[in-house]
Design a protein around this ligand. Structure first.
Ligand SMILES: *Cc1c(COP(=O)(O)O)cnc(C)c1O
Length: 468
């Protein structure tokens, strides 16, 4: 038997001086190119490569490795999950006006904390406070990192070393890490639970009030509903009770909308204005849920209480940067013209697409998808139901349309998983959802048809044929 020939790689230098090596240097810099060539040679050596690997072969592998390595970790995806405000996919898309404002704020110094007229120090929240007041009727407002921060700041400021009274029916957990009882503990407040899971009465709150009480809080049960034999206390009654005892009443709206969504045929969700009119002293809500802006937490309400929040050192840790303040300001400005809001605010634009339009889109795309995934599958245009997402209007669904991709014949359960993976492996990953052995693409959030079609071209038919 012949002894296997020893692997003789080209030298790193030879590869770097070849046309492929030079290209790698131009594109990625000398350090990266050198590392890549070393890496490839090492891999060929340990992988039992043929005795001689050509310079071209090594440089091509090095270029592939460099391309792969320089791909951004966070990248655009196509959201066909049917959930519009998908927390894992980054929630609200920004309006063009907000995007432009962010870009402008990135490129140049701004008057973030500077009064242009006075030439003296200003306040960052001032750029947005006026708009929040104007749009909600609140006396004042303060901006923080997200709504979890808003709740933390409120509790830490008004209920630290004191009790916060909350109904047992509202001790929510939202997506993994946000559990109201945990936030309370971290804020230094003692949770005083009242009532039962399904029923809480005014007297439950009243009996819990004592010298230790810091505030009464109502929490929007964002991602579930308690149905059946239930009772909850109207916010107005809670506000009255709180005020009789000189306590603040805080309403955590979660999603928080500034406009009556029934105008667009959606279910009416209590607005921030409603909550304030209902007697809430402070209202907390998110920037990137129904509002359709950047991640942010907004506290709107009584001026004296907002002043207390502003003085809390935690505010400094939770503050917004100039980019998000710019995006939020531009987003809120759009609310001054509700007539055009559904065209300009992507979140609302997506909510209001009609099932008829989406059905037509599904029928246009059906043959293209069928051709792209090859034989072994049926592709059918279907009616489906989208969700709002992010714990806003948990039971509300929007009539929608999409595509159902099913393996023909008796296929293993993993077949559909593999197809879903193939769709995730294209340059702009396509994310659908799997239900009952079917890959479903809800088209509500697909606005760029050409982009989707381009991904189909990248989905190798021979690959997906092999999948079926
Ligand atoms: C979503 C939500 C939060 C957390 O808001 P983030 O902006 O995600 O931090 C808090 N409370 C309620 C009721 C919510 O729905």
């Amino acid at each position: 038997m012949n002894k296997p020939e020893h692997f003789r790689p080209p030298s790193v230098d030879t590869v770097l001086r070849s046309p492929g090596g030079e290209l790698a240097i131009v594109r990625h810099g000398r350090n990266e190119a050198t590392d890549a060539v070393r890496h490839v040679i090492e891999r060929l050596r340990s992988g039992g490569a043929p005795a001689a690997a050509s310079v071209d072969h090594v440089s091509r592998l090095a270029l592939d490795w460099l391309e792969e390595r320089s791909r951004p970790s966070q990248c655009p995806v196509i959201n066909l999950t049917g959930t519009v405000l998908h927390t894992n996919l980054g929630r609200a898309l920004l309006a063009e006006e907000a995007i432009e404002a962010v870009v402008a704020a990135m490129r140049a110094p701004t008057n973030l904390e500077y009064g242009i007229e006075t030439g003296s120090r200003g306040e960052r929240d001032a750029h947005v406070r006026g708009l929040v007041r104007e749009l909600t009727g609140a006396e004042d407002a303060i901006l923080v990192n997200n709504n979890a921060s808003a709740v933390l700041l409120v509790l830490n400021t008004l209920a630290r070393d004191r009790e916060a009274i909350v109904s047992r029916g509202e001790l929510i957990e939202i997506g993994g890490a946000f559990r109201m009882p945990d936030i309370m503990a971290r804020a230094g407040a003692t949770l005083r639970e009242v009532g039962t899971t399904n029923r809480t009465h005014l007297k439950d709150y009243a009996e819990a009030i004592g010298p230790e009480t810091g505030l009464i809080m109502k929490v929007h049960t964002s991602n579930y509903v308690v149905q059946g034999f239930t009772a909850e206390v109207e916010p107005a009654e809670l506000a009255k009770l709180a005020h009789q005892h000189d306590l603040p009443f805080v309403d955590d709206l979660g999603s928080g909308t500034l406009i009556d969504l029934s105008r667009w045929g959606l279910r009416k969700e209590k607005t921030v204005q409603d909550a304030l009119k209902g007697g809430a002293d402070l209202v907390t809500f998110s920037g990137d849920k129904l509002l359709g802006g950047p991640q942010a937490g907004i506290v709107a309400g009584r001026k004296d209480l907002i002043a207390k929040l502003a003085k809390n050192p935690l505010k400094r840790a939770l503050r917004l940067d100039k980019l998000r303040l710019a995006a939020l300001e531009a987003t809120l400005r759009l609310y001054r013209d509700p007539d055009r809001l559904a065209q300009r605010l992507p979140t609302l634009r997506l909510f209001t697409r009609t099932a008829g339009d989406l059905r037509a889109l599904a029928e246009r795309l059906q043959p293209k998808v069928a051709a792209a995934i090859g034989t072994g599958w049926t592709v059918e245009a279907i009616d489906c139901a989208s969700q709002i997402g992010s714990g806003a209007l948990p039971l509300e669904t929007l009539p929608s349309a999409g595509l159902a991709l099913r393996p023909l014949g008796k296929a293993a359960g993993s077949t559909v998983e593999k197809l879903a993976a193939a769709f995730r492996a294209v340059p702009v990953p396509v994310i659908g959802r799997i239900a009952q052995g079917t890959l479903i693409f809800d088209l509500r959030c697909l606005e760029d048809e050409a982009l989707f079609a381009a991904q189909l071209d990248a989905l190798k038919p021979e690959q997906s044929d092999a999948l079926a």
